[in-house]
Design a binder for this molecule. Structure first.
Ligand code: NDP
Length: 310
């Protein structure tokens, strides 16, 4: 069986950046891509906030650039899904597609997170054409327009405030008569004149053929429905980190985000590092994911050297 120095699980900005650094440090990294090679950015259109692309770049094209750069330095990229791990032994064991067993000294977890969606047909159909789960990524496209946002947690409040600075009106759809967000965030939202809150309100359907034109909402107390004309529809009902297969070994918080030692990417298991959205519920940006990917590779390299494994 091939013994791997540095195994990277996941192929978003965090995984690819870890690969670039690990390959350049001669760790001969092997990357297991996961089902969606390139990660969440494969579902995005224009990315305008990643430094180095002055004219913006399409998410999939950017990930293609990341892949080429990782390959250029010799990363062994393998398409597959990690289905099981055993981090109680040394070297660590990782099974790919239930069949292939790999053994690795250091493992970098970069499996990311997924936005939660409402589950409407129109939401899926108009994704990328007015429907988005990231205000910081896509808010700019709706400058001087009206938008709606669904959710009532800290993310929804933060994104509603962000959108209120760009858009003429933000319609915030809250399914209960209270918000889950911290008091301070709620107060900020309530004090913002161009954010209108609709309590006890759920989304019936997003309207529009090829682009979002309006949303039909329903008051779940009165049953009344009405249509709000908008250009952008933002979903901010939480994210789910892809940590399920690691949970028997790796400490997570109660939402499933991997806990790392502050200021590092080190998990509770020696030689296992976590980077990107898998361990970040606050920033969730490609550039911050790439930053922690770099940290994970540098820390893996130091750990391998200290153990005499490289
Ligand atoms: P949360 O799980 O905290 O909130 C999700 C919100 O979405 C809730 O208000 C929930 O409503 C609502 N929701 C869920 N499903 C639906 C649905 N189907 N239809 C309508 N509404 C729905 O997620 P967040 O992403 O907001 O936050 C995750 C964590 O990250 C939290 O711990 C938060 O504090 C933290 N965070 C911290 C930040 C900071 O410190 N700056 C910034 C952003 C997040 P309901 O309340 O009715 O369940």
């Amino acid at each position: 069986m091939q013994r791997i120095h540095c195994l990277i699980i996941g192929s978003g900005p965090a995984g690819y950046t870890a690969a670039i650094y690990a390959a350049r440090a001669n760790l001969k990294p092997v990357m297991i891509t996961g089902l969606l090679q390139g990660g969440q950015l494969m579902n995005t259109t224009e990315v305008e906030n990643y430094p180095g692309y002055p004219n913006g770049v399409l998410g999939p094209n950017m990930m293609e650039d990341f892949r080429k750069q990782a390959e250029r330095f010799g990363t062994d990229i393998r398409f597959g899904v990690v289905t099981k791990v055993d981090f109680s032994v040394s070297p660590k064991k990782v099974w790919v597609d239930d069949t292939t067993l790999l053994e690795a000294d250091a493992v970098i977890l970069a499996t990311g997170a997924e936005a939660k969606w409402l589950g409407l047909e129109s939401e899926k159909r108009l994704n990328g054409s007015g429907v988005s789960a990231c205000a910081v990524c896509d808010g700019f496209f709706y400058k001087n327009s009206e938008v709606a946002i669904v959710g009532a947690g800290d993310t929804a409040c933060e994104e509603a405030l962000y959108l209120s600075k760009l858009c003429t009106q933000v319609h915030m759809l809250v399914r209960r008569d209270v918000m889950r967000a911290s008091k301070i965030m709620q107060e900020r939202v309530l004090k913002t004149p161009n954010i209108r809150i609709y309590w006890n309100t759920e989304t019936d359907e997003i309207l529009g053929e090829n682009a979002v034109e309006a949303v039909r909402v329903r008051n779940n107390k009165t049953g009344e429905t009405f249509v709000i004309p908008i250009k952008g529809f933002f979903v901010a009902i939480g994210h789910k980190p892809n940590s399920d297969i690691f949970r028997d070994y790796i400490q997570t918080d109660n939402e499933g985000y991997v806990i790392t030692k502050p200021g590092t990417t080190q998990t509770n298991v020696e030689g296992v590092f976590a980077c990107g959205d898998l361990q970040d519920k606050v920033y969730r940006q490609a550039v911050t994911a790439a930053g922690t990917g770099c940290m994970a590779a540098l820390e893996a390299e130091r750990w391998l050297s200290a153990k005499g494994l490289h």
